[in-house]
Design a protein around this ligand. Structure first.
Ligand SMILES: [Zn+2]
Length: 315
């Protein structure tokens, strides 16, 4: 009797296992079944049920502990890395952007863990206003992008797609079984069904550039904003170098030969690029501060001597 009840309970628990199980109901059902055998038998069954449920709860806890263990390890590594970062960066490092931020570019990239700022900027702190989501899109992050363009006045909006993009792959396939939240993000990616590769990745970047140019038309037309589309090719699918940022669209221009001739594409000399832009931007930002203060967000009002942006783009 004892063994058969134990096995029955284990069977129920393994079939209906999970935090949503209803131990009280099981206990009640088993106890009711046993009343015919008398009070002593009922008590015995109650004890067995409690023991089995105890073992079950303990096994669940073991699972949670294992999951927490992995999380603890990862968080431990993150905290260690941050401790090293704190040690390696004194107050002087943060001083240029301590009171305000003046990024040079608003950048929309995919959330993909293989796409990061260090591929675009050796010192991205205070320099890139990053907006990330699956599929590097404007539609689901419009407020963030608008903040970068309208409040931080970045002269460049860079939209970065990438090789082997899971979001594009998903959008090109059947994602009807995904959660409503994920479906909403994928619905906004306009890519043809059945093509999960580079063609769709580029089509999406171009579509995002078009959407951004429509949204920020006054800024683009007045020359205050350049909208640039690019593909970060960490798989070297385009055979231009692994990790290359391939510029495929500049303000709607997608002809590679024409793009190459644009002033915007002129590469800055090594190391001097930021210093030059700092001093140029600092002058303009100081002048600009007076005319656009009401347009700034509350935490953006104090100009830094390392102001980087506010320069008109040439394209
Ligand atoms: Zn992606």
């Amino acid at each position: 009797m004892k063994l058969s009840i134990r096995l029955l309970l284990l069977g129920i628990l393994s079939v209906g296992s999970g935090p949503g199980m209803f131990p009280g109901a099981i206990l009640h059902a088993c106890a009711a079944e046993a009343t015919a055998s008398g009070d002593a038998e009922t008590e015995k069954i109650r004890r067995i049920v409690k023991e089995v449920l105890g073992e079950y709860a303990s096994s669940l806890n073991d699972g949670k502990q294992a999951a927490h263990g992995a999380g603890n390890e990862i968080l431990g590594e993150i905290r260690r890395d941050n401790r090293n970062f704190v040690r390696g960066h004194g107050p002087a490092y943060f001083k240029p952007f301590l009171d305000s931020q003046h990024p040079r570019a608003t950048v929309i990239t995919c959330s993909d863990s293989r796409v990061h700022t260090h591929a675009l900027d050796a010192t991205p702190d205070g320099d890139l206003f990053m907006v990330r989501n699956i599929g590097n899109q404007l539609a689901t992050a419009e407020g963030s992008v608008e903040y970068g363009v309208h409040h931080l006045h970045t002269p460049l909006l860079l939209i970065v797609g990438h090789s082997a993009c899971g979001a594009i792959k998903a959008a090109a396939g059947d994602y009807s079984q995904e959660s409503p939240a994920i479906r909403r993000e994928l619905d906004t990616l306009q890519v043809p069904k059945g093509d999960p590769g580079m063609v769709s990745i580029k089509l999406n970047v171009n579509a995002q550039v078009r959407a951004a140019m429509t949204k920020f038309e006054p800024e683009v037309l007045s020359g205050h904003l350049a909208v640039v589309g690019a593909v970060y090719d960490f798989t070297n699918e385009l055979k231009q170098g692994q990790g290359k940022l391939d510029i495929i669209n500049v303000n709607g221009e997608t002809d590679a030969a024409k793009i190459a001739t644009l002033a915007l594409m002129k590469e800055a000399p090594e190391a001097k690029a930021k210093a030059a832009s700092h001093s140029r931007a600092a002058k303009k930002a100081a002048a600009k501060e007076g005319e656009t203060e009401e347009d700034s967000a509350p935490d953006e009002k104090t100009p830094s001597k390392h102001e980087k942006s506010a320069r008109k783009t040439s394209h």
